[in-house]
Design a protein around this ligand. Structure first.
Ligand SMILES: *Cc1c(COP(=O)(O)O)cnc(C)c1O
Length: 465
């Protein structure tokens, strides 16, 4: 297909990008040397770059484009809302139809009595809201000492100062003097890396009981909440053992600790249900949502709050909010996105058709010599690479060396599959078809084979000592 490009030539875009655009989570100097890949268009699950190459996006952008690219309905919803009311705030006794409708829609979709929505611009600032919300909740209940929030090592809750403090990513803590006070981290339920001699079931209980030990160490009267992703996404799709979440729920209930489920990735169909909490039997007091809420077409996030928590927060003035809390255009886009997810049965199809199909395909990777563990929940999955399956060893090379090699082979094969250290991860648009899943798996297999050969050639197929 010939097509006239409506943009500057690739080399010029790359050099302007290097000159003026600072990229998130990137070594800018290294990137400038390699040059960025410039994405210009997208449709369904396929991206097009500035040279016209077509790339299969097995990451749905950043875990967010749940309904796939190119849905004109969302563009129209944004256009019409901008004409009608492009902006108004919700601070001073005012509201507007899209925010009201969206809050009601979210309340109806979320389980239990999560019926109250505080809007943010994305997941990070929704989690900042949560920090303020849970501490305010306990203060208003006459227990101001209940301030500490317990999170987990290798958790991702966003990149603002508050959200990165909740997160358990040490490289993020090292820059900028994080975490902020009164946030602590317990171990993650990552059996492959940390389970030792325990069975996954034993380890699930063990990892959950780390929460109980931490509450006892801090004193229950000092703990406000526990926050966790149902499945750790950015941590490398860590699917907890089945024993983990029921035990976490028991501990939160028994110790009067609010439970925050960070559903930013797991929400809106990713795990095969509307919410990861439904997949894992979690009963949260607060849910963080973002990403799939608008399928990434417009920035929006929110904290969804139980009747009880909302009643307490509403009893005083909550001194918090964002200029763009409940932005009308983002709300209109999110509403249209939710309508499509629902009316086209996309979440249902993930559960009954495509996620089981993906699972079948993904399990075949267990036979590959480089793959130590296959992790999958609905439409998110990981391949844990290892030089020695039997001992579940890490590579001797610095973490991420092998993952980067494999990622580059995927990129070269026009497949976007991300690496987290030495795990390869996918989180495709929920509308991915079976034949696209086949194609994705084929390209991933080839990339793994090439990686294996490269590791042998370079003497990297060596276990850490
Ligand atoms: C992406 C993510 C966030 C942060 O959301 P932003 O929209 O980037 O601020 C928070 N929590 C989880 C689990 C995420 O994956």
């Amino acid at each position: 297909m010939t097509r006239l490009f409506n943009h500057k030539p690739t080399a010029e875009l790359q050099s302007l990008d290097a000159a003026h655009h600072m990229h998130p989570f990137t070594n800018g100097a290294q990137l400038a040397e390699k040059g960025t890949r410039v994405i210009t268009r997208a449709q369904g699950c396929t991206l097009t770059d500035s040279d016209g190459a077509e790339i299969l996006d097995a990451m749905a952008g950043l875990w967010c484009v749940n309904i796939g690219y190119g849905r004109d309905e969302l563009a129209r919803a944004a256009f019409e809302q901008m004409q009608e009311l492009p902006y108004y705030n919700t601070f001073f006794q005012t509201s507007h139809p899209p925010v009201i409708e969206l809050a009601q829609r979210i309340a109806a979709l979320t389980p239990f009595d999560l019926n109250h929505v505080f809007f943010a611009n994305g997941g990070s600032d929704a989690n900042d809201t949560n920090i303020r919300m849970v501490r305010t909740y306990w203060a208003l209940k006459g227990k101001p000492s209940k301030k500490t929030i317990i999170s987990r090592v290798n958790a991702y809750h966003g990149s603002t100062v508050g959200a990165a403090s909740l997160g358990g990513m040490t490289p993020m803590h090292e820059q900028g003097g994080l975490p902020i006070p009164d946030i602590t981290h317990i171990k993650q339920p990552h059996w492959w890396a940390e389970g030792g001699e325990m069975s996954p079931e034993e380890f699930g209980l063990h990892a959950a009981r780390a929460l109980e030990r931490e509450i006892e160490r801090l004193g229950q009267d000092n703990v406000a909440a526990f926050i966790a992703e149902p499945v750790q996404g950015a941590g490398a799709v860590i699917v907890p053992p089945e024993t983990y979440w029921p035990e976490i729920q028991r501990i939160c209930d028994e110790h009067e600790i609010l439970l925050i489920a960070d559903e930013v990735i797991c929400g809106f169909g990713r795990t095969g249900n509307w919410f990861g909490s439904q997949t894992f039997g979690i009963r949260p007091d607060i849910m963080t949502i973002a990403k799939g809420l608008s399928s990434g077409y417009a920035p929006i996030g929110a904290s969804v709050v139980s009747d009880e928590v909302a009643a307490v927060i509403d009893s005083a003035e909550f001194n918090h909010g964002y200029t763009y809390s409940g932005h009308p255009v983002s709300c209109a886009v999110a509403l249209e996105n939710l309508r499509i997810l629902d009316e086209e049965g996309i979440v249902e199809r993930v559960k009954t058709e495509t996620a089981p199909y993906l699972r079948e395909k993904w399990m075949t990777f267990a036979d590959h010599p480089l793959v130590g563990e296959v992790r999958i929940s609905g439409m998110m999955a990981a391949l844990q690479l290892t030089p020695d399956k039997a001992s579940r060893a890490a590579f001797a090379a610095a973490p991420g060396t092998v993952g980067t090699i494999c990622r580059d082979f995927c990129f070269g094969a026009n497949l976007i599959m991300r690496h987290v250290k030495d795990s390869m991860i996918i989180s495709p648009p929920l509308v991915i078809t079976k034949s696209e899943i086949d194609e994705m798996a084929d390209r991933a297999h080839k990339a793994l084979d090439l990686t294996y050969d490269r590791l042998k050639d370079e003497g990297l197929l060596v276990a850490a000592g």
